[in-house]
Design a protein around this ligand. Structure first.
Ligand code: ATP
Length: 251
């Protein structure tokens, strides 16, 4: 399902943070959103999933105007949000976190939910032996995997993720982005806010650069990776073989 954002403005009370954002993610595309701290990346994802109301502009899912819809309606329309800092329910088991992820699909047959769960677990095999473990006792990387798997339980057609690699060792960043690439190859549309620009460029189809509430640069990842404005600010001179080194690309 495609996502099309035009002139989106949003903020908190009287503070406008997004001043007219344009963003396109075609069906089965992975779009990375990068930008300095405070550029409005998290606010953009919150506005996309209805957690922050839009004050201007439009959001379309598969061509249908969903601007102004609340989170539950957007979830039903096929959009899922994997929030910043994972936010799993720490005292609940991994299994129960997954069950909660299927809340908007609670009327579907149990067999269908099991099928969706098994597919998410196949993507993140580390979770399988930990289904009965309290989510708070998982490692950071495993919690991130659970947060994504929980998002998948809603059977989204657009998945937006806020900094999926933050704080993770390079190997886990690689695992997470490999999984995101697989989901994209299966036709899911993904928008990932990412501080780790190298990891983002290594897997994304296109990249949007945000600055002070606007998308100031957008293009396919291969082209933008050689743009001097991008290399200087985010890639420290270019994308190289250690493209998924989590210690790079931060600011
Ligand atoms: N709940 C809130 N209430 C008021 N202002 C907020 C709120 N959340 C964020 N802001 C402000 O909105 C601006 C953009 O924040 P946002 O978190 O969207 O940026 P970001 O690009 O995701 O930054 P970071 O990379 O640091 O997470 C900041 O100036 C921030 O202080």
């Amino acid at each position: 399902m495609s996502l099309e954002v035009r002139g989106l403005a949003a903020g908190y009370g009287r503070l406008e943070v997004l001043h007219g954002v344009d963003l396109d993610a075609g069906e089965g595309q992975l779009v990375a959103v990068i930008g300095a701290n405070g550029a409005g990346k998290t606010t953009l994802l919150r506005a996309l999933s209805g957690l922050v109301p839009a004050t201007a502009g439009t959001v379309r899912l598969a061509g249908v105007d969903v601007t102004g819809s609340g989170p539950e309606r957007l979830a039903r329309a096929g959009l899922a949000h994997v929030p910043e800092n994972r936010l799993v329910f720490p005292t609940l088991t991994v299994e129960d976190n997954l069950v909660l992820g299927a809340y908007t699909r609670r009327r579907q047959p149990a067999a269908e939910r099991t099928r969706v769960r098994d597919r998410a677990l196949a993507l993140f095999p580390r979770l399988q032996p930990r289904l009965q473990q309290a989510a708070g006792t998982l490692s950071g990387g495993e919690q991130q995997m659970l947060a994504i798997a929980r998002g998948l339980m809603a059977q989204p057609r657009v998945l937006v993720l806020d900094e999926p690699s933050v704080g993770l060792a390079p190997r886990l960043v690689g695992e997470i982005f490999t999984a995101l690439g697989r989901l994209r190859d299966d036709g899911l549309t993904l928008v990932a806010v990412e501080q780790n620009a190298r990891a983002a460029f290594a897997v994304a189809d296109s990249v949007s650069v945000m600055d002070r509430g606007r998308v100031v640069l957008h293009g396919d990842a291969a082209t933008l990776a050689t743009d001097p404005r991008v290399t200087a600010a985010f890639l420290g001179g270019g994308v190289s073989a250690e493209a998924t080194d989590a210690s790079d690309g931060r600011h």
